[in-house]
Design a protein around this ligand. Sequence first.
Ligand SMILES: [Zn+2]
Ligand SMILES: [Zn+2]
Ligand SMILES: [Zn+2]
Length: 145
Amino acid sequence: MSDIDLIVERLEMRGHRITGSRRRVLDAVLAQSSHFTVDDVLRSTRNVGRATVFRTMKLLLDLNIVCRVLLDDGTLHYRLSTRGHHHHLVCRDCGRVEDFTRCDVSALVRELSRATDYEIESHWLEVYGRCHACRLLKKEPVTVD
Ligand SMILES: [Zn+2]
Ligand SMILES: [Zn+2]
Ligand SMILES: [Zn+2]
């Protein structure tokens, strides 16, 4: 089974009918590289209405098929999601994004909820830095005389 068939199956299992337009949005999402904007999806689904693209992205987000990544420049991107709760490690030089699943925020959130009496539903944490490859590039060449 291809990725798209698996996703369509997941959507249909939850009662979402996959129309031709939605499938085209899915196709476009799966064809994107590491992360992408809604505009990227819009560009590659020319005959699909803007509202359909936005609604489908929202649906994919609600079902954790995609997740959002806030890049260092403030733009919001999407990315195919790994299963379950996770955060992103973002390279500010090349834009590479990696997932990490270890979440130390949970204890803080519990404490915050106790202290403020908020019912806390979610949190968002992105970690920014420079990836291994970019760090190697940055290193000044060593001159030996
Ligand atoms: Zn993610
Ligand atoms: Zn990098
Ligand atoms: Zn977390």
